[in-house]
Structure formats: C-alpha cells, structure tokens
Design a protein around this ligand. Sequence first.
Ligand code: ADP
Length: 262
Amino acid sequence: MARRTGTTERGSSAEALRLVGVTKVYGAADNAVTALNDVSVSLPTGSFTAVMGPSGSGKSTLLQCAAGLDRPDKGVIMVDGEEMTGGTEAALTKFRRQRIGFIFQQYNLLPTLNVLQNTILPLKLAGRRVDEKLARETLERVGLGGRLAHRPDQLSGGQRQRVAIARALVAEPRVIFADEPTGALDTRSAREILFLLQEAVNVHGRTVVMVTHDPVAASYADSVLFLADGRVVGRMVGPTVDAVADRLAHIGDPVHAQMREV
Ligand code: ADP
C-alpha cells in the first residue's frame, strides 16, 4: 500500500486525536455502568484506525465522546492539538463542525436534498464558504460525478455511503469518525467504501477512526484498537483478517486483559 509522501496540511498538528484518562459512566449509584474506564489513546495525523471489541465494550461511547457528540465525565480530548472538552453546548457544536466529519452506518443523508446539496450541507451549517467546485471534484472522485442531482432514494446503499464520504471530505475535517460504515452494505460495495477511506488517509492525509465488528473491514486500517470492558486492551499494527479474528476470539483471556494500555 502506497503511503502518503507529502507533508501534513499546513498548520495541522502531527497528532490528530488524543484522549487522556477519558471516563464515561452511564446511570448513577447502583445501576451505574462504566462505559469507558480511563482510556488514553493517541492517533497521528494521516492514520486509519479501526476500533473493535465485544458488544458493550465501549466502542460507540468512545466514538461519541471522541467526536464531541457526548461528553466524558472525566478526562481530556484533544483534536488536532486543541482541547475539545469543556465549554458550552454551542461551543462544542462549533468545534465539531470545524474539525470533525462523520460517516454513519445508515448514511444520514437528508432525503429531500440531492447529492450535491447533501455534500455541501455541513459547510453551510458551519457557516463556512461553500466551494462547489471542490464538492463536485470530490463527488467525481468517489464515482458520483454523474449523479449530482439524484436524491438519496434514487441511489444504492453503496452510492449513498459514497455521498456520506464526499460530505465528510469536503469539510476537510481533522478527524473522520466512521461508525460501522460498511455494516449495511454488500461485500463489493463495502470494499469500495473501505478503499475510499484508505485513499482519504493515504493520498489525502485525512485521519480516520472506524468502529467495526468486521475483521475484514478492520484489515483495511493501519492499526486496530481493541476494547474490552471500557478499556483499551490492545493495539495491532498492520492488521490481517486472521490475526484480528484471532485476537477478538481471545479478547477476554487473561493474557490480553494484561496487555499494555496504549
Ligand atoms: P459497544 O459500542 O462496544 O457495543 P457501548 O459504548 O454502546 O458499547 O456501551 C458500553 C456500555 O455502556 C454498555 O454496558 C452499555 O450497556 C452502556 N451504555 C451505553 N450507552 C448507554 C446509555 N445511554 N445509558 C446507559 N448505559 C449505556
């Protein structure tokens, strides 16, 4: 796989995302659940990280907190060298809109807007200049150049997810969070989406964090973070499908529970 050779974007930090001691507890007293337990992670700019772990291990909570959609109870989250934690709801929304992109399993496109309008919507919401040429070029790049005026219901699932990727890319976010982005797709469409995410990282220098339960999807990432019981219990660099599946199968074993935190 060709690695990006250019420098990082001017003005951007070498570290795209840092979590320090992030803890999130749901509920109170007797029925409190510690969804994230003192998680510390550092992800460099231009990296593609998959987050895996058993159901209930804290993957969604990690993504929600790291992406500024939810607030941790303790700890600090830095995006591109700037602290996100704290501040008002409006400040958090602004921070998110300027720095973070999302790709969801169910695409989250607005049904009444066409492909081009959906793609530029986050820029409009953020009150940013809309570079329609860049939006068209990006849609071209993801193979939707001929579909700009189509509405989501006129597209296949794979095409809808490609709109979501273009929408995330045109805002030039510091980190793109993808939550099971291939979960609703057939094998071929899933592969196309994973290639596009790889390209966003390797060619365009984006940083992608992807929650997935699928070892095949995870094998497209540069590294995998494994969660269990709200903690990071391992990290695999250069994941292969078999190695990821094997690690997942043994994630509750004592040897893995004792792995060094990252
Ligand atoms: P995963 O994405 O790995 O399946 P989650 O982050 O969804 O895990 O959940 C981690 C833990 O936190 C689970 O025990 C879950 O039941 C609990 N949890 C998640 N969200 C909530 C919530 N809104 N209220 C109460 N408990 C929650």
